[in-house]
Design a protein around this ligand. Structure first.
Ligand code: NAD
Ligand code: DAU
Length: 348
């Protein structure tokens, strides 16, 4: 019997992780703490919400008394911390929100865990979920490894780097048992349509331009979200305390190549003539400080813990497009109201 706190469980990755853990470990109690920002959506968890080993708590990780009380009331065995502001473009418009949620929020959780676990850390785990963006930007060659020096270049990645440093500092200074993983770009069902892949799918569906930043040759390493959830499960249960693990899809694509593939899949799914959707591609103003290339070397995770991705990109992109077409109600709920305002401002 374990009691695990998942923060940010109503978001994209968190909801897939909760589904995996709730179904795989019926004897665990999974507590989902989420503020339900624009990115948090309990509809993502409809199929697990009535399971006896799952519960939801609405709250903010920056709220010191609330978090202190939550840790006092629940004797958590582990924390898997995903709650964060996660979209780079939003961090460029409003950096402070990212510092508060990602740095102050993480610090608050570390303090709560330390005070709840002080003197009886044996068997406890504070697992911090981070990003490959902390390593900065690669040229044409090379890969990020766990020892690559940090070089964050957006307010989002700087805030994630700050939180990673704090987590490791609590290991070295206070012996808080921590784990960190840094993952590449995730894709799959339930991703908020501000991110490239769901935004493109939604725009194709509604015949809107497909905005490509700069020259479209920026490169990302894409990972099927459930493969990420399985990596988190593996690291949480078998990772060496104090260690960092890189997680990646070994699946690099230039943005334009990726969007071409999506256009072709969507032509097929919507019964449009081949080449129709590619005509929607529109080059727009570049993202300031845009990182050129990310690529992860996940050898450590593979060699030490045996994890590797299971879903190939073409299959994963098709499953993703099919999911968005089959879940029109979900998409409609998240693209009305404030999404429209965000979209108009971002792509004006
Ligand atoms: P998301 O934006 O979809 O979800 C974030 C969740 O955190 C939302 O449910 C939101 O309501 C919640 N949240 C935000 N601020 C909060 C606060 N102050 N208190 C409580 N809850 C709060 O994000 P995601 O894409 O699922 O990413 C989850 C984590 O994984 C983040 O830490 C992110 O940095 C990291 N990550 C994401 C990716 C990716 O490709 N999406 C890749 C690597 C790492
Ligand atoms: O690498 C992991 C990171 O991946 C995570 O830490 C972040 O939380 C997640 O948002 C993601 O960051 P990116 O900035 O790489 O993802 P995004 O989907 O915003 O953009 C992917 C690429 O597509 C990037 O090069 C910018 C480009 N892009 C994005 C949008 C939204 C466009 O060309 N047009 C767009 O409209």
């Amino acid at each position: 019997m374990k009691r695990i706190l998942i923060t940010g469980g109503a978001g994209f990755i968190g909801s897939h992780l909760i589904r995996l853990l709730v179904n795989k470990y019926p004897d665990y109690q999974i507590v989902n703490l989420d503020k339900l920002t624009y990115a948090g959506n309990l509809e993502n968890l409809k199929d697990v919400q009535s399971k006896p080993n799952y519960s939801f708590v609405k709250g903010d990780i920056t709220d010191v008394p609330f978090i202190g009380e939550l840790f006092e009331k629940n004797d958590f065995d582990g924390v898997i911390h995903l709650a964060a502001e996660s979209h780079v473009d939003r961090s460029i418009t409003n950096p402070l929100e990212f510092i508060e949620a990602n740095i102050v929020g993480t610090l608050n959780l570390l303090n709560a865990a330390r005070s709840a676990w002080g003197g009886r850390e044996e068997g406890k785990i504070f697992y911090h979920i981070s990003t490959d963006e902390v390593y900065g930007s690669l040229g044409e060659e090379g890969f990020f490894v766990e020892t690559t020096p940090y070089d964050p270049r957006s307010p989002y990645s700087a805030s994630k780097a700050g939180s990673d440093h704090l987590v490791r500092a609590y290991w070295h200074t206070y012996h808080l048992p921590v784990l960190v993983s840094n993952c590449s770009n995730n894709y799959g069902p339930n991703q908020f349509p501000e991110k490239l892949i769901p935004l493109v799918i939604n725009n194709i569906k509604t015949n809107k331009p497909l905005p490509i930043y700069g020259d479209g040759k920026y490169t990302r390493d894409w990972l099927w979200v459930i493969d990420h959830a399985m990596a988190i499960d593996t690291i949480f249960h078998r990772g060496r305390i104090g260690e960092t693990y890189n997680i990646g899809g070994n699946n690099e694509r230039k943005n334009l190549e990726l969007v071409h593939t999506l256009c072709d899949i969507m032509d097929d799914l919507l019964g449009r003539a081949p080449g129709t959707n590619r005509q929607l591609i529109t080059f727009v103003k570049d993202r300031p400080g845009h990182d050129r290339r990310y690529a992860i070397d996940a050898t450590k995770l593979k060699n030490e813990l045996g994890w590797q991705p299971t879903v190939q990109p073409e299959a994963g992109l098709r499953m993703t497009a099919e999911w968005y077409l089959a879940n029109e109600e979900w998409l409609n709920h998240v693209t009305t109201g404030t999404y429209q305002q965000y979209y108009e401002k971002q792509y004006a």
